[in-house]
Design a binder for this molecule. Structure first.
Ligand code: SF4
Length: 487
């Protein structure tokens, strides 16, 4: 299938099926100025949520769509943005995991239906996508992409089968609830003259609203609103949404309240530290993770070094709890993408050394504790340990601010297959420790994590795996650190 993109105007074509995405959405209705520059800046603040493609869709009734591969300020350059008129629009940044990362799957998705245009921007993952798609195909539906987002939009169109300008917030919400509950969707619909925004009834992904002097805006994270003259910010609850038009906005419940499953990884890794996600500040959460990890896993050492950026706040917490001085022993090159969200394994390895540089004068002859937000495949951690040893560190003790990742994610976060996860490759922690070539290794415990966030209302699935017992067995056998069995 040839590339669908001509000068950034994208007509979607097929590729392999997408199942997981970690993305960011931003939309709004302005009072008098064009909305495009606000969407550009809002998406720029969400760049950490997706670096493969960016897109915008603006129009009061008709629709102008522009999207392409690349970072926000490359795709949505000032030259493009300044040409876009209209006061209503939505935008998207995307990171894909499976099936390539071509322009085809950039969002927002837009279709013509009964002479009107409707578009959608989605953060999350609908795990029933494959079955639903097969069913729709059997009924004669044609798909131009393989993403769950297109399937979701087509399902809404099929169920409502009337002019998009006559759709109501409640009708769209009902279709979503009846067909996609169990999936993760913080999603924006552009229908003529309006934006409908929804957060799924289990609330996996964040979504928040801002009323400002410039207009009404909606975003994956409230850090985007820092560019605005804010009047107030509201965090949309699970099963709630908002309808926005030039006449104002209305927050509405479209599905009953039920026990939520907020993604704890938003706090551990994904969201920006200056965001407030699920009623908690992300930076403060990460400091707590580090403190708890230090209390559970002390070690004789000279300094603590963070793996920037998401390891910084936990390292600070570790330092505060342990009394070890915090040093920037690893400098980060800010112009290299985050390693966890680069699609190719090999690229990930190479990028560690492009991204992190040890400061010899800081680590030489020191017993170093190095703190990262998590350990996924272990290859990045091993490169970091090697970097520190090459720079003269006497000992390297690795600490993870999250418990072991033992399961993949079905709700939109790019976690590799269970087989690829380093914690599944070894029965005991000492096996992982040896793989990453550290002198010691310790994770925050599940109990510690739950003491910080609470027992209920959170999704911990990737950390629990199929069986929580596995964690305890390993902990007992390995005693986390210097158990003689591991020596
Ligand atoms: S499985 Fe993990 S990454 Fe996925 S939603 Fe749950 S906590 Fe988040």
């Amino acid at each position: 299938m040839k590339s669908p993109c001509k000068k950034g105007y994208c007509f979607q074509s097929s590729g392999e099926m997408k199942f997981s995405e970690e993305c960011g959405v931003f939309g709004g209705v302005t009072n008098k100025y064009p909305v495009a520059p606000f969407i550009q800046q809002g998406l720029f603040m969400l760049q950490h949520r997706g670096q493969e493609s960016a897109g915008i869709c603006v129009g009061d009734k008709d629709l102008f769509i522009y999207k392409n591969k690349g970072l926000v300020m490359e795709v949505l350059s000032d030259r493009i943005i300044n040409k876009i008129r209209g006061r209503i629009g939505i935008g998207h940044v995307r990171y894909s995991t499976q099936g390539g990362s071509d322009t085809t799957h950039a969002q927002p998705y837009a279709v013509n239906y009964l002479g009107e245009k409707v578009a959608v921007a989605h953060n999350g993952n609908v795990k029933t996508a494959v079955d639903m798609r097969k069913k729709l195909e059997k009924q004669g539906e044609v798909f131009l992409t393989t993403a769950d987002t297109e399937m979701l939009l087509k399902k809404v169109i099929k169920e409502l089968h009337k002019l998009p300008s006559t759709w109501t917030f409640e009708e769209v919400g009902q279709v979503l609830t009846e067909n996609f509950t169990g999936g993760a969707w913080s999603i924006l619909f552009f229908v003529p003259g309006k934006i409908f925004a929804y957060r799924d009834p289990l609330g996996y992904r964040p979504l928040c609203l801002c009323k400002s002097q410039e207009g009404i805006f909606i975003s994956s994270e409230d850090t985007s609103f820092q560019i605005l003259e804010k009047e107030f910010v509201y965090h949309i609850k699970p099963g709630e949404g908002v309808e926005i038009s030039k006449d104002g906005y209305e927050i509405k419940r479209f599905a009953p309240e039920r026990p939520s499953r907020k993604c704890v990884f938003e706090h551990i890794y994904f969201a920006r530290p200056d965001s407030n996600v699920f009623d908690r500040n992300v930076y403060m959460s990460r400091v707590e993770l580090g403190k708890k990890c230090a209390a559970e896993n002390p070690v004789e050492a000279d300094i603590i070094v963070p793996v920037m950026d998401s390891g910084f706040a936990p390292a600070l917490g570790y330092s505060q709890q342990s009394g070890l001085p915090l040093h920037m022993g690893l400098m980060r090159n800010r112009w290299v993408g985050r390693t966890f969200i680069l699609p190719e394994q090999q690229m990930r390895r190479i990028s560690v050394r492009r991204k992190l540089t040890p400061i010899k004068e800081v680590v030489k002859d020191k017993r170093v504790v190095v703190m990262d937000d998590s350990i996924v495949r272990g290859t990045t951690s091993r490169e970091i340990v090697r970097l520190l040893r090459d720079a003269g560190a006497k000992e390297v003790h690795f600490r993870s601010a999250s418990p072991k990742i033992v399961n993949t994610c079905q709700w939109g976060v790019d976690i590799p297959t269970k087989k690829e996860l380093i914690a599944n490759k070894y029965d005991a922690i000492c096996g992982v420790r040896d793989f990453i070539e550290a002198d010691s290794l310790a994770y925050l415990s599940m109990e510690g994590l739950k003491e910080i966030f609470g027992q209920d209302g959170w999704c911990y699935s990737c950390l629990l795996g199929d069986c929580e017992k596995e964690e305890n067995e390993c902990t007992d056998k390995c005693a986390k650190l210097l158990d003689p069995a591991c020596a």
